[in-house]
Every structure is written in C-alpha cells, then in structure tokens.
Design a protein around this ligand. Structure first.
Ligand code: GLC
Length: 420
C-alpha cells in the first residue's frame, strides 16, 4: 500500500466535522479527548489555525469543575453506543461523564513550540492554559482525594486502553448487570473477535449506570465505585503533562501556579517511582480497592519513560525488555508482553500495536539516549503504515491493520512523527 503525506492529510480532512476531528468515520462519530490532543499535532503540520481549533473545540466540553470528558457529542449520531441519552450529563454540548488520558497540556506545548505563526500561538496557548490547569487540578482533587500522588481511573475507558488485561481482575468484581439495555454498535463496524467481550461490555455499562445514579458527583463516585485503579499509563501521561504545563506556566501562569505545579510534580514522581517492578523491568498499575499491584506487562508500563520517571539504569532495563519482546514478535511495541499467556495479537489492547503509544515510548527512549531503539520503533511504525495503511491499530505478529480504517490519530502520527 502506498502511504503519503497527502493521504494522511486527506484522512484528517475527511474526518473533520467542522473544527473537530472524529477518530474514524462510522465507529467513532464524535470528538474523543486524547485522540484530539494527538490529532492536533497532525493538523499543525499543514494548518496551524485548524490545530488550535481542535483543542478549543475539545475544551468546549470541559465541565465547570475542570473535568474533561472522554467524548464530546457535538452533533447527534445513532452510530454509537452509549450515546448522550445513556450518559445523561448536564453539559452543553452533551458529553460523557468520565475522562481520558490528559494529553492536552503536552499538545498545547508542542503546538506552541513548533508554531510558525508565533503571535497566533501565544494568544491561543494563553487562553488554553487555564483550561489545562483546571483539568490537572480536577485530577488532584477528584481522583486523588487523599493526596497519595497517584490518580485513579474509575472506568476502564478512562485509561484509553479499554480492554487491557490489566483491568480484568478489577473489572470482574463489577457485576455484569446494567440497567440500561445494551445496543452495541461497535461490532457492526468491526469484527467481534477484535472487540471487548459481551460480559465486559455489560460491566462497562453497569459502571456508567452507577455513576449516573450518583449524578456524576466525583465524591459520590469515589465512595460508591467497585472499580478504582491507579493506571500506570494515565499517571505517567499526567505527570508528563504537568511538566509541559509547568513550561506553559512560566509564560502564562502566576508564581503561585508554578509553586503548586512544582509540589505536585515532586509528589507524583515519588509515587509513580514506587510502581516499578523489579522482575518485570517496567512499571505496573495498582488496584486501589485491594491495594495489590497488577501483574501485567503492558506497553502502558513503559510510558514512565515519556515522563522522565525512571533512573537511567531502569530506562536501560526497560529498553532491554522492549528488545526482548522484539525477539518474539516482529512489530514493536505490542500492548501486552508477547510472553504473557493472555497475549492476543488482534484483540483490542491485549496485544496490538498503536502508533500513538509507539511515539510516546520512542520519545521517552530518545530522552534517555536509547536512540537506536527509538529509531527502530519509529521506522517500524512507518513500515506498518506502508504495509497496512493508517489503521486504528496493527497486529504485532503479521503487521495487519485492524479495527477502524482511515484513523485520525494514526494519520496524525504519520504527519507529525513517523513521516511517510
Ligand atoms: C477506543 C480506544 C480509545 C480511543 C477511542 C477512539 O475506545 O480504546 O483509546 O480514544 O477508541 O479512538
């Protein structure tokens, strides 16, 4: 398959719904939170004004308390379940009631630093800065109310790695008893073998029903939930975003903002560092209901590299671990260790490769001086795009493109990172 810059741009243009970009036509017909933060980086390579617009449309969905929802339903569509009638939140435009990994501040920083229209970038970054600050404060308040330094996800969808085996045990404690009738749309777009199972889907919706019954109040959700996990990936992504927010605070913030950020940075760094797993050579998530570490070697456990958490010795061991995975599967970086018996190369977040995750890992490796491996991951991502187009994700064994086709964040990664 030939992939080109023009083809990648066309994907963004075709998925543009007027200031925001849908992840892919059909399967995901609204604006998704972390998708858009990555997609903005793609737009920035050929239309900076449009890139800023993507983030501005995203924060139209931000709640008064700072929460940035995982989906913004700017326009109706009956192609997706659960839609606004299931979430029943009280925001205009309608939104979901849970969040997704906070890439916003990182995206603002990258747009600003790479801008050619500097005056525009300064003005638009200045008005987005308080939004990102409010989001990070929300995380600290709503998702770490006891000040542990680790924030919790209350739904697997908040991780952005919906179906990861890391959530299996915690999710199994959630009853598969939704009050909302399930009308799955995803399996009409993509083969059921690649998507979460029916029982898991029922548990996902049970959690949505529970939180809706608590009026989406963070305190009540925190008290009532049977699912509370310190996801290593979202903690690393938030920490990285706090670092990026600090650089924005140096230009747009007050001394007190910077003091607050410095404190959080120190506290998070120490807490995330404790999630290192000596035998696994990477970091693990923690189940906050049982207090137990979750033994699952996922690509998310490599993301502390992107957040400057590991020591150089730990980073070297993580690089070694990635190379070991690369001896077992030809295409890096699988979302689960291919040595794990739960590894499934085609099923959603249980094995497949995502371009956005590869970028974060490769940038982290570069920062630690492992540039040969970083280049291998970037070249490998480019080869997957050449072989299989801009798919949602790829099979690490065969390189086949899977899930939705013509996928926005994959095209955005081609434009801004793994340039064809
Ligand atoms: C899936 C992914 C999630 C992504 C969404 C839209 O739900 O797991 O990370 O944001 O699709 O692409």
């Amino acid at each position: 398959m030939t992939v080109s810059i023009a083809a990648a741009r066309d994907i963004l243009k075709n998925n543009d719904r007027g200031g925001y970009t849908v992840p892919t036509d059909g399967l995901y017909p609204f604006q998704w939170n972390w998708d858009s933060a990555f997609v903005a980086l793609g737009w920035a390579t050929f239309d900076e004004a449009r890139a800023w617009r993507e983030l501005e449309k995203l924060v139209e969905g931000q709640w008064d308390d700072g929460m940035l929802p995982h989906i913004i339903f700017h326009a109706p569509s009956d192609q997706y379940f659960p839609g606004p009638d299931v979430w029943r939140t009280h925001h205009h435009p309608p939104t979901s009631g849970i969040t997704q990994p906070p890439v916003l501040a990182t995206s603002i920083r990258l747009l600003l630093e790479n801008a050619t229209d500097v005056a525009q970038a300064e003005a638009r970054a200045a008005s987005l800065y308080p939004r990102a600050l409010a989001l990070h404060r929300w995380y600290a308040r709503a998702r770490d109310p006891h000040g542990s330094g680790l924030i919790a996800i209350l739904h697997p969808w908040e991780s952005g790695m919906d179906n990861s085996p890391a959530w299996d045990a915690a999710l199994a404690r959630v009853p598969a008893a939704p009050s909302t009738p399930i009308k799955r749309r995803d399996t009409g777009h993509v083969h059921a073998d690649m998507r979460p199972s029916q029982a898991d889907y029922e548990r996902y919706i049970t959690l949505v029903d529970l939180y809706r019954s608590h009026g989406w109040s963070p305190d009540r959700m925190w008290a009532a939930t049977p699912f509370k996990v310190a996801d290593i990936a979202i903690n690393a992504i938030l920490h990285r975003a706090e670092i990026d927010l600090m650089t924005l605070a140096e230009r747009f913030g007050s001394p007190s903002d910077r003091g607050e950020l410095a404190q959080r940075l120190e506290h998070q760094q120490a807490a995330i560092a404790r999630l290192w797993s000596e035998p696994a050579n990477l970091y693990e998530s923690m189940d906050l209901i049982t207090g137990a570490r979750i033994a699952a070697a996922t690509s998310g456990g490599l993301l502390p590299l992107f957040a400057a958490i590991p020591s150089s010795d730990q980073a070297a061991r993580m690089a070694g671990e990635i190379e070991r995975w690369g001896q077992k599967v030809p295409h890096l970086v699988p979302s689960l260790s291919p040595f794990d018996p739960r590894f499934e190369p085609k099923r959603y977040w249980r094995g497949p490769v995502w371009a956005i995750v590869n970028r974060m890992i490769a940038e982290g490796l570069n920062a630690y001086g492992h540039s040969a491996l970083a280049t291998r991951i970037r070249e490998g991502t480019r080869a997957l795009m050449r072989q299989s187009g801009f798919a949602e994700y790829y099979d690490p064994v065969t390189g086949e493109g899977l899930g939705g086709g013509s996928f926005s964040w994959t095209a955005a990664m081609a434009l801004s990172w793994a340039v064809p």
